[in-house]
Structures are given as structure tokens and as C-alpha cells.
Design a protein around this ligand. Sequence first.
Ligand code: ASP
Length: 434
Amino acid sequence: MKVLKFGGSSLADSNQFRKVKDIILSDSERKYIVVSAPGKGENNSHKVTDLLLMCYQLSSHGLNFKEVFEIVENIYKDIVDNLGLKIDIDKILEDIYREIQEGASKDFTASRGEYLNAILLSDFLGFNFVDAKDLIYFKDGKPNFDKIKEKVQDELKDKEYSVIPGFYGIDEFGNIKIFSRGGSDITGSIIADALNSDIYENWTDVSGFLVADPNIVENPRVIKYITYDELRELSYMGAHVLHEDSIFPVKRHGITINIRNTNKPNDDGTFIISNYDDNRRPDIITGIAGRPDFSVVTIKKAFMNSELGFLRKVMSVFETNDIKIDHIPSGIDSVSLVVESSELSGKISRVTEEIKIYTDSDSIEVEDKIALITVVGDGMINKKGTSAKIFTSLAENNLNIRMISQGSSELNIIIGVLQKDFKKAIRAIYYAFN
Ligand code: ASP
């Protein structure tokens, strides 16, 4: 059995609805469908969720929101008309308009995009509609997994083919509560977990994760298999397709996520798995991602390595100044602390002064405009020649490496380069392996 989630661009208009129907009906295992609100599409230049949030904003300030609400209405009415649905959409929209006017909460208002889309898709497919407020329970602001599992199994037991709105649920006081933006991914993942689905198909508008950013590398390869942990490393460096919190629920039971493209349904997409079995493990690296705007604080002191408590002192200066540390590559007599430049802003002189007083160090240097690049590949550090290949490619392109950090997890190597070399370095590494 498969749980599917369709993103906003997959359900932006009636054309997209038709594609989605074909996909779902082509496989009888595709039984539970989670939907986002209509996103940007050929005819809509705004996401419905953004429009609804604007309605809330206007209404909560006592301003007229009719004009904005009409844009939302037209999106749904177009879908109903073009698909020839018999549903009384005017009445449902009227009710929602009235509820917003009467002071509905921000979360309730924002959630109506998914609610309406699920009603329309269930009608179009001839599936059941099951409201997320009867399945997704929050407690203290977080999903209550035990209760959700019980409810999902109970409610969906006799409703084999169902459409469920993503993005929201209900809190312990009976109010509608939404996840953070992009949260339908989380709903899909929680339902896949609760039903112990064989696979969680996440349908979007790209054919999976790419090995590198297409704005930097022309036509990069699609990643066929990636582990949850590798994905976390790439997302941390800015590669985003899925909501970060959607990994946890499926990861704990090892359910595979398959990222698929609604506009190219024959593409295999990317499979996010818990572990490689040996057949699937790629010989080469899995992916490359990076981010600019890091700073490196390098502290030198002779015989630092034999001094007890040195690192603790340095770290406590960062902690008391509220600065988060990303990496700590170290040598025998020196240690570097890599942080996001924004964390240091306005604090550099105080921090360097405090480190100097506290550790009696010989020198402290701060270098900014550093970009970090992570090269991810499960087990690659053990594989002969991988790092040699990375560093040779950078040297051959005349790129200076400012810092290297090798996670003990053997999942990735992190390289710091000057910001001006960032894109060139990513290309150099990509082409060394592709
Ligand atoms: N519609 C919501 C948003 O725009 C949730 C989602 O698409 O997953 O963030």
C-alpha cells in the first residue's frame, strides 16, 4: 500500500488535477492521498496559502478582504467548472468567507486551502474525503504520534481510498493548528508511518534531488538513492525539496520516500532510504551542496594540545555570547571555529578580546566571506581515492582550500573556500565525479 502526497504546483489547476488523477488511478496500491493547497501555476501567480494569510491579515485589522478572497474563489471555481464537478463550491466558499469575517484564527484561515483542495480531489477521484482534524492531533505544539496512529488506523480502516488535506490538524483545545510552511510533507509522512505504508511517494515538480544545484552546474544528474542521513547533510547546506520535519516519522520505521515529478510521471525520481544494501550504493559521491556567508575564527597557542580545558574556555566564550558553532576543525597548536557570519555580527571585537583574556592565546584571526561545501557520500571516506579526487580537482582549478572538516560519521567532507571561488569549486568537484 502506498501513501502519496501532492504538492501545490501538482494541484495548481484543472490540468494538473487531471495529471494527478492519471497517476493515482494507474496503480491500485495508491490508496491514501495527502494534498497541499493550489500553488503557483500557469494561471495563478500566487499560492492559495499566501492569499488566505493575506485575507486573515486584512480581516484581523478590520479591513475588507473580499478582493483577495475572490482570487482564491476563482482558483477553486475554475477547477470545479473545468472538471465538471457537481460539488456546491459556492456554498463551501461562502461559509469560509463568513468564518474569516467572524474572526476565525490565523491557522484555521490558512488551513482552508488544503481543506478545499482535498474536497475537490476526492470528488474528482471518487475517493473518500477524510478531514485532517480527525486524524492529526497536536499536544504542546507538537504532533502527538501515539494518538495520531490510533486515530489514523481507526478512521482509515474502512476508508481504503481516501484524500486527506495536509498542513493542519487539531490541538488539545479543539482548535485547528497548522504545521510550519510546506507542512503537508509532514502530514504525508505521519500518515505513511501510522499506516505502515510500503512507500511514501512525494509528488512535486522536480524529478528528485539533484547531485548539485542546477543554478551552479548545468543539467546535474538526479540522485537515484540517498539515505535519510545523507539527505540531512545536504539539506543543512541548503538543498531543499522536502520539509525537514517530514523525515523523522518515516525514518523511524525505515519507510522509503520516493520524490516524483507530477509533470514527468515516468521518471523514477529519488528514493530516500534508511541504508544502502550493497547493490544500490553508488560508487561515487551522492551529492554536493554549499552555502556562503561563514566566518572562521582561528586561535593559535603554542602547546595548546597539552593544555587541559583550552577548548572548553574557547567554547564558553562563544556560548556566553550566544554564538552557534557549526564546525571545529583543529590542528596541534591551533583550532578554528566556523560560524555563520551573521552570528558574529557586532560581536567580533568582544569575542576576540574575551578569548584572549581567558585563554592567553598567541593570536586570534577572523576571516569572513568563506563558503562551505559539503561533499556527501555514505562511507566515501573509507573508499580509497575519493578525497584525493576532490582535492585534486580543486587544485587543478587553482582553488585554494581554507578549511577541511571531516565528520566522524564518514558521511561527508566539508571544505571551506573563499566565497568568490564557491561556484567554481562546486563545478570542479561535480565534474571530477561525473
Ligand atoms: N500550503 C502550505 C504552504 O504553502 C503547506 C504546503 O504546501 O505543504 O506552505
